[in-house]
Design a protein around this ligand. Structure first.
Ligand code: SAM
Length: 286
């Protein structure tokens, strides 16, 4: 016979376990996955519950977001994104049993109006509508999926548990005590190439020639009199901050910093020191 105290302790433990299940973090009576079991390109290891909130907060998830977890395991990240932030969320998981478990977890968590679990391959499924991506895949797989991510809408936020993305440096890294790091990237706009700029203080048209390495930009700005200044900049999604160097011709009167917004083939913004002035640009035809 159990003592009343032991019975109460067991009931408390059971309730806590069920509460944990209801957030989608465990197996069920139908299927119980094993941590470390094989997956198509990477094994299943669930993100720690203590990292779920930090990951989603690092991505600044809101109810307006569409969150995709690539390789979603038991579905805990999409379920949390919906429950805690009211976001719409999709999990893509290759393993049929894990995907079915994730779907049952979504039902138990009462989030099926906002969460979809897709049984599929992250290299075949379309996740281009995501505003936030979450990854727990390993560095090699992150690098393999990187070209697809870099082609996504500028401003898409990408959070990875533990693993980097090769030469694409993170925009932010969060290190919680005794935890693996979390990384954030913001998909940068594509700006490499030549642009014709108008509206700079010295008047006339200038040619902006940019090279780009992910969110890091460098190049030259040449004015109508062929005076050339070096430029260096950084992209935060579609926002481009460009610092103008002095160059050989001095560039007297030119602003030191331009704050521009990139939309496809158009740039628009102002000098940081003169927000009332409009600087605009178009991609130069090759
Ligand atoms: C490390 S687990 C992460 C699970 C979940 N994202 C989390 O953070 O709890 C990686 C998951 O990716 C799945 N996976 C591996 N290769 C995949 C692929 N090509 N397409 C979809 N899922 C894949 C595995 O089955 C596994 O569930």
């Amino acid at each position: 016979m159990q003592s009343p105290a032991r019975r109460t302790a067991l009931v408390t433990l059971l309730s806590a376990t069920l509460a944990a299940c209801s957030t989608g973090g465990a197996g069920d009576e139908t299927y119980r996955p094993l941590v470390g079991q094989g997956g198509k390109d990477v094994m299943w290891v669930p993100t720690l519950d203590t990292l779920l909130l930090p990951m989603l907060e690092l991505a600044a998830v809101t109810a307006d977001d569409i969150v995709y977890d690539l390789g979603s395991g038991d579905g805990k990240i999409p379920i949390w994104a919906a429950r805690r932030f009211g976001a719409r969320a999709v999990g893509i998981e290759y393993d049929a049993q894990l995907s079915a478990l994730a779907q049952r977890n979504a039902v138990r968590a009462g989030v099926t109006d906002r969460v979809k679990m897709v049984h599929g391959d992250i290299f075949k499924e379309d996740f281009s509508s995501a505003t936030v991506l979450t990854l727990y895949l390993g560095e090699a797989l992150n690098e393999k999926i990187r070209p697809t991510i870099l082609a996504m809408r500028p401003g898409t936020r990408v959070v990875s548990n533990s693993f980097g993305m090769g030469t694409w440096e993170p925009d932010r890294t969060v290190r919680l005590p005794e935890q693996n790091p979390l990384f954030l990237w913001i998909v940068p706009a594509r700006v490499a190439g030549d642009w014709t700029l108008e509206g700079l203080p010295e008047g006339g048209r200038a040619t902006l020639r940019l090279e780009q390495r992910h969110q890091v930009v460098s190049g030259t700005l040449s004015d109508a009199e062929r005076r050339v200044r070096p430029v260096e900049g950084r992209l935060d999604g579609a926002r481009l901050a460009l610092d103008l160097g002095a160059g050989t011709a001095g560039g007297a009167g030119l602003p030191r910093r331009l704050l521009l917004e990139v939309r496809d083939d158009v740039l628009r913004g102002a000098p940081a020191s003169d927000a009332a002035r409009t600087v605009s640009g178009r991609r130069a035809r090759p």
